[in-house]
Design a protein around this ligand. Structure first.
Ligand code: PMP
Length: 353
């Protein structure tokens, strides 16, 4: 089934929207040297000037690294901004709905709730595998978006690529594929296939492999007409100058990033193997990310014990399909040893307190 025409998918008010035109939108040549157009203060350079609203230099530098064109990139205040924007662009409050895999990253539902859009979670199987038919069956004529996350948070696994393709190819609305953790996975990313899929939005972030959660920079990749809608709705200066600068700096450190990823993956495999040997461990789920999910004997007690020892993991035991599960992020070797040592001692102390 092919995608509905974009105009049918976009909220009418957004389709008709005349976006705010900032001083920097109206004039952005390099010839001028006297800028008296934006009510800025002439003192305190370089922070006195508004940043580039479309972050063009950064997008030019990013595009070849990501295998996309600059016009296929949206940059925002974390990928969370892109997630919120897709709701505001496509979903009419109280009328439209979205479908998402479950369990998955919590912000899709939070943004649905904030925007008063019905959220339809569809369970993965007990090994967190995707069934495209089941996901598609949950959609109806008012379903605007489908969310998939691969590698998935909190389960850590890649979703089956063939099943994901079926969803993208057979859903007439927009499919959001969150590849926040794709730098850790061997699976081919969807980001490089934008030209094949007019209804695809892929999310990436600087917060994971790029080691830059503090600068808040998220990316959405899609065909140019979709990115145009993001640009129309976003705050005019949504990515501040310090973030743009620091991101450019990180691009020059991309070989460090590659090294970090290698180190983290090796460390992950060792930690997962050691974790599986712990008395407290029930099951370690396979991971294609920089974290793993593990079922333990008494997650609440183990979690509380780790907190008392100054070690914080994520207690996911109340999340669908994740009963008694903890989610463990891979840290430095010292941090990981600290965790494993504490859990070995937990056994020595006789467990559940
Ligand atoms: N997507 C997924 C799957 C995540 O796990 C996270 C962060 N935990 C995000 C997006 C948010 O990323 P950002 O920091 O870019 O907002």
């Amino acid at each position: 089934m092919s995608m509905k025409p974009l105009q049918q998918l976009v909220r009418p008010n957004i389709w008709a929207l005349k976006p705010y035109s900032s001083a920097r939108d109206e004039y952005h040549g390099v010839e001028a040297s006297v800028f008296l157009d934006a009510n800025e203060n002439p003192y305190n350079a370089p922070y006195n000037r508004y940043p580039d609203p479309l972050q063009e230099d950064l997008k030019k530098a990013l595009a070849p690294l990501k295998g996309v064109r600059p016009g296929q990139i949206f940059l925002g205040n974390g990928s969370d901004e892109a997630i919120d924007l897709v709701f505001r662009i496509f979903c009419e409050p109280k009328e439209d709905n979205v479908v998402a895999i479950a369990p998955t990253y919590g912000m899709y539902k939070v943004c649905a709730d904030i925007n008063n859009v019905a959220y339809r979670p569809v369970s993965l199987d007990e090994d967190f595998r995707l069934d495209a038919g089941k996901l598609l069956a949950a959609a109806d004529g008012r379903t605007k978006l489908i969310f998939m996350c691969s590698p998935n948070n909190p389960s850590g696994n890649d979703l089956d690529r063939g099943e994901m393709e079926k969803v993208i190819e057979n859903f007439p609305g927009v499919v959001v594929v969150d590849e926040a953790y794709a730098d850790f996975s061997a699976q081919k990313p969807f980001r490089t296939e934008l030209d094949r899929y007019p209804n695809l939005v892929v999310l990436n972030t600087f917060s994971k492999a790029w080691g830059s959660a503090g600068i808040r920079l998220g990316m959405a990749f899609a065909q140019e007409d979709l990115i145009g809608l993001f640009n129309k709705v976003k705050y005019p200066y949504n990515v501040n100058q310090l973030t743009q600068q620091q991101a450019a700096e990180m691009l020059s450190k991309r070989f460090d990033v590659e090294k970090w990823v290698k180190v983290l993956l090796r460390e992950r495999d060792q930690v997962m193997a050691a974790f599986a040997e712990l008395d407290v461990c029930g099951k370690v789920f396979p991971s294609d990310a920089n974290f793993f999910l593990a079922r333990v004997k008494g997650a609440d007690a183990v979690y509380a014990y780790l907190v008392r020892n100054g070690i914080i993991v994520r207690n996911r035991s109340r999340v669908e399909l994740c009963g008694d599960c903890l989610r463990v992020t891979i840290g430095t070797p010292q941090e990981n040893n600290c965790l494993l040592g504490a859990l070995r001692a937990y056994k020595a102390e006789g467990g559940s307190r």
